[in-house]
Design a protein around this ligand. Structure first.
Ligand SMILES: *Cc1c(COP(=O)(O)O)cnc(C)c1O
Length: 397
């Protein structure tokens, strides 16, 4: 799901947190198997990338334009603007609506670092609101309490592929003249009250990091918007603030989608609906397997609100004895991951904001209790049964 900054291989099983002296046995299967997916589309990828080498147009161009149109159609957005990464998509959206020094942007601390990092990168101040303990998404009441005269935008994250409760946020935005920038990096194709996430607020930001539901062969990102004016701004901002070569209207950056990435992603976009369905089916299988289990084991399985369509970039359970459970699973060859072990307000990089422990109790509890189980289209039912069996074999200490 996430780029970790250092571990840029996305196919390996979890290798972090060696909590015991003895070396953990290797996983029985990968936490995420991107190679298995690649093998199903190998010829199409080869053909698509060869086309780019033949025409030698590597930056933006026709391939990117076609991919942008296809994503816009897929989302039901008026515009989709490709850029270099999901992180840059967030920065570009903030720049397009003029957020900068002196401004505050309210977001979640239970997310990948890039969400709040983007706010800090444009010189604004991230303000963290606590999450709803059931969905792990930002709680609109907590957002409301955090609004000040300096607030310029709200940045909800559709964490793990589950839509945040955006309607109340849109109400707050209207009352207080704020922008909504959706961090939809983990949630391409997810649905909220009949709409697609990333098209509800002013901007929807997507990532094509390899382990996202629509993953490229490297970094890539996109901003969706229904505003013609914002789309023009974004198109200038990603090419040094220019709308005519060597004429610069505004200060921008270099953040473009490569044609090679677009070629790969165009192939994969065609499969995204079937891959998403496969993820949802695997989530249903996990749920059914857990339902047969004894509820006294204090394992909480995610639930999806009625009006939402979850796309399961991750399937995340929680357990108060999470670390012991994870160690038990690792010893039995079951790969798991922790998204996220440290909330953003307690990260050294954000120490300057002055948050202390206990400020966001639900976020902090989530960081101690969550455990992501393997979920991807190629995961087999036998593997899922093995995961759940070993979880149920775990004796509470
Ligand atoms: C992956 C991710 C990003 C950043 O995307 P990159 O393409 O890796 O820059 C931002 N926010 C969230 C929630 C993410 O999961």
């Amino acid at each position: 799901m996430t780029s970790t900054g250092t571990a840029l291989s996305t196919t390996g099983a979890g290798t972090s947190s060696a909590t015991s002296e003895t070396k953990a046995p290797s996983a029985a299967f990968p936490f995420l198997d991107l190679r298995a997916q690649y093998l199903t589309i190998r010829d199409e990828i080869a053909q698509a990338t060869a086309g780019v080498f033949e025409n030698q147009h590597f930056i933006l161009g026709e391939e990117v334009r076609l991919f942008e149109n296809e994503v816009a159609a897929f989302l039901g957005a008026k515009h989709a603007i490709g850029c270099a990464s999901g992180s840059d998509a967030l920065v570009l959206a903030l720049m397009a609506c003029g957020v900068g020094p002196g401004d505050e942007v309210i977001t979640s601390a239970f997310t990948f670092v890039a969400t709040a990092g983007a706010i800090a990168r444009v010189g604004a101040m991230p303000v963290f609101a606590d999450v709803d303990p059931l969905t792990f998404n930002i709680d609109p009441d907590q957002v409301k309490a955090a609004i000040t005269s300096k607030t310029r935008a709200i940045m909800p994250v559709h964490l793990f592929g589950l839509p945040a409760d955006v309607d109340p946020l849109c109400g707050l935005a209207k009352e207080n003249e704020l922008r909504i920038i959706e961090d939809a990096a983990q949630a391409i194709g997810a649905g909220y009250h009949g709409r697609t996430v990333g098209t509800i607020g002013d901007f929807g930001c997507f990532s094509f990091f390899p382990s996202k539901n629509l993953g490229g062969a490297g970094d890539g990102g996109m901003v969706a918007t229904n505003s013609d004016e914002m789309a023009d701004q974004l198109r200038m901002l990603r090419v040094h603030g220019s709308n005519k070569k060597y004429h610069h209207q505004i200060l921008g950056m270099n953040s473009r989608l490569d044609a090679l990435q677009a070629a790969v992603l165009r192939v994969k976009l065609r499969y995204l609906p079937s891959w998403t369905k496969a993820r949802q089916e695997r989530a249903d299988i996990y749920r059914a397997l857990f339902e047969q289990a004894d509820s006294s084991r204090r394992i909480t399985v995610p639930e999806t609100p009625e009006s939402s369509v979850h796309v399961y970039n991750q399937f995340v359970i929680s357990c108060p004895e999470r670390d012991a459970l994870r160690e038990h699973l690792t010893q039995r060859g079951i790969p798991t991951e922790i998204y996220y072990p440290v909330p953003l307000h307690l990260q050294p990089a954000f120490a300057y904001l002055g948050y202390r422990a206990d400020r966001l109790p639900r976020t902090e509890a989530a960081c101690k209790e969550v455990l992501a189980l393997p979920i991807y289209p190629e995961l087999t039912e036998a593997q899922q049964a093995m995961v759940v069996r070993e979880i149920l074999n775990f004796e509470l200490p």
